[in-house]
Design a protein around this ligand. Structure first.
Ligand code: NAP
Length: 249
């Protein structure tokens, strides 16, 4: 009997390390978006399951005793699928949902509901924009070619807006480096998802001190009935609490 961790986040890697130290049988699942994922101390499987029913079949076949959804707050589909698959199979499950960033004094945030609204919020006049939104959702910005874009993500995008430069980088980022990046490129506005977490927060602190605007894309809603904790230690506590019931060892 074992644990399945749905990953692609720092929390998932952290949990993988901790369950490995406890000697529990666990597998980390990745979607396969990153070409060279970081090495892990537990077995890794890569690729989609084929929707909620595919994941349910996997849970049954692999005799998974507990499912931990440690995916990114914007990975809404897999979180819905995980909840549905857990319901279908009666598998105990928990999600790790890290807290969102909160606006602080001095922030010049413009909250928007999605990426199309984020592109609209940049306005008609040309601006120098830092896009830190990953590589998958650039289409609305390709349709706003009046702006000059600096795009930073782990993997290179398939297509770029016409007036764009790309930087490949993986967090964590330091505030001094973020400040230098914003100044060197004379950035006027940042577009980011409200991912939360310390690893990529420094751009917000740098923007605050420099008075730079931030277009902040709000998170998708969590599915009804999702049982969630905020941190890796809390998820580990949940696993330990249930360890006897799940027969993890
Ligand atoms: P998504 O839209 O919620 O999921 C799309 C499909 O990808 C799912 O239906 C599933 O395919 C597959 N999938 C997603 N996560 C998986 C996992 N951990 N293991 C196996 N299959 C998975 O997800 P996404 O936004 O594309 O994110 C993909 C991955 O990147 C996730 O692991 C997420 O944690 C990570 N990530 C996402 C973001 C972001 O901003 N969205 C940022 C950082 C990291 P099937 O239906 O075929 O099972």
């Amino acid at each position: 009997m074992k644990i399945l961790i749905l990953g692609g986040t720092a929390e998932a890697s952290d949990l993988a390390r901790r369950v490995s130290e406890l000697g529990w049988d666990a597998t980390l699942s990745l979607a396969g978006r990153t070409r060279a994922p970081a090495p892990q101390p537990i077995p890794v499987r890569i690729g989609g399951f084929g929707g909620a029913s595919g994941l349910a079949a996997h849970l049954r076949q692999q005799r998974i005793a507990a499912l931990v959804d440690a995916t990114h707050p914007f990975a809404a589909r897999i979180t819905e699928n995980a909840l549905e698959a857990a319901r279908q199979t009666g598998t105990p499950s928990i999600a790790i949902v890290r807290p969102p960033w909160r606006r602080q004094d001095g922030d010049r945030w413009h909250p928007v509901p999605d990426m199309a609204a984020a592109a609209d919020a940049l306005g008609a006049a040309p601006r120098r924009v830092l896009l830190t939104i990953g590589q998958q959702e650039l289409a609305p910005f390709i349709r706003a070619p009046q702006h000059e874009y600096l795009i930073r993500s782990v993997e290179p995008p398939e297509s770029l807006p016409q007036n764009a430069k790309f930087i490949a980088a993986r967090g964590p980022f330091a505030e001094a480096d973020e400040r230098a990046l914003l100044l060197d490129h004379a950035i006027e506005v940042i577009v980011t998802k409200n991912s939360g977490g310390a690893a990529t927060e420094a751009k917000l602190t740098a923007a605050r001190t420099l008075g730079i605007e931030v277009v902040m894309v709000d998170r998708p809603a969590l599915p009804a009935g999702l049982e969630a904790v905020r941190t890796v230690p809390a998820a580990l506590g949940w696993l330990m609490f249930h360890a006897g019931t799940f027969r993890l060892e």
